[in-house]
Design a protein around this ligand. Structure first.
Ligand code: AMP
Length: 278
């Protein structure tokens, strides 16, 4: 991969990169399509990264179907599908990690303490292998996007980052490879997540500003379904991930995580207040 990237760079071509764990869906393909508009050659990686899974998480049963992924990626214009093996990414006896220490401590980091260390380490490794000029991540994983942005700034990666909007099913459910784990009834119960976000958006559009009130509204909607167990409902500054008490002109991230059918789902929206209010 490094030799190929050097060759492409030698030809003056701009390399775009979309890292994924496979089990591709339209959300991943949106990233690829956005990437293509910003570069000459698109590389997508499919790598189920063991170090970002906790001991009791779903690494073993994470959906894997490389033939299908290859077909879908090619159909969306992927030029190079990069599928390294775990032993290549993590050489025997590896002992080097990349860790972001502030943004990683909250939300997902609280429930999954080693998750983001695995993410920042593998993204660094993949950046060094693929040598991209630009890379695309999804707003679906809003905290991850904020952490990667911070890491790129802090470590002076010479890479332009693009964040693609959340791709949803027609009924509102945010697309995720993990949606496959849901039962038929769980799939319906899971709609409470996107529904609760829409309620919050309406509340803000109607003049609501108080974070406690928004959190209560969202939790109520999630708890209306007995099948949904809330993990967190958080209102944070979208960039610093600091907690917000009252919405202001800054973009506020409303992020939620909940379990449905023992499957952990996340979703989010950015709440914006018109800066000129009368
Ligand atoms: P994953 O394979 O789940 O690790 O995701 C790979 C990339 O796709 C990450 O940058 C995700 O944020 C992004 N992604 C996953 N689901 C969606 C979605 N529904 N909409 C937009 N981006 C997504």
């Amino acid at each position: 991969m490094q030799q190929e990237s050097d060759r492409l760079r030698g030809e003056g071509l701009r390399i775009g990169f979309v890292p994924t764990m496979g089990a591709l869906h339209e959300g991943h393909l949106d990233l690829l399509r956005l990437c293509r508009t910003h570069c000459d050659v698109t590389v997508m990686s499919v790598f189920v990264n063991p170090t970002q899974f906790g001991a009791n998480e779903d690494f073993g049963r994470y959906p894997r179907d490389l033939d299908r992924d290859a077909m879908l990626a090619a159909s969306a214009g992927c030029d190079i599908l990069f599928t390294p093996q775990a032993e290549e990414v993590y050489p025997p006896g590896y002992s080097t990690w990349v860790q972001e220490e502030i943004l990683s401590a909250t939300l997902e980091g609280r429930s999954r303490p080693t998750h983001f260390r695995g993410v920042t380490t593998v993204v660094t490794k993949l950046f060094l292998m693929v040598k991209p000029h630009c890379a695309v991540f999804g707003q679906k994983d809003a905290q991850q996007a904020a952490i990667i942005k911070r890491m790129v700034r802090d470590l002076h990666f010479d890479i332009e980052l693009l964040i693609a909007p959340i791709r949803r099913e027609a009924d509102g459910l945010a697309m995720s490879s993990r949606n496959m784990y849901l039962s038929e009834s769980g799939r319906i119960e899971a709609l409470a997540l996107s529904r609760s976000l829409r309620l919050a958006e309406q509340f803000v559009a109607g003049g609501g500003r108080d974070a406690d009130a928004i959190r209560a509204l969202v939790k109520d909607e999630l708890n209306r379904s007995g099948a949904v167990t809330v993990d967190y409902v958080a209102l944070l500054d979208a960039e610093t991930l600091d907690e917000v008490d009252m919405l202001s002109g800054q973009a506020t991230l409303l992020a939620i995580a909940a379990r449905v059918d023992r499957t952990r789902l996340i979703d989010n929206t950015i709440l914006r207040v018109e800066t000129i209010e009368r």
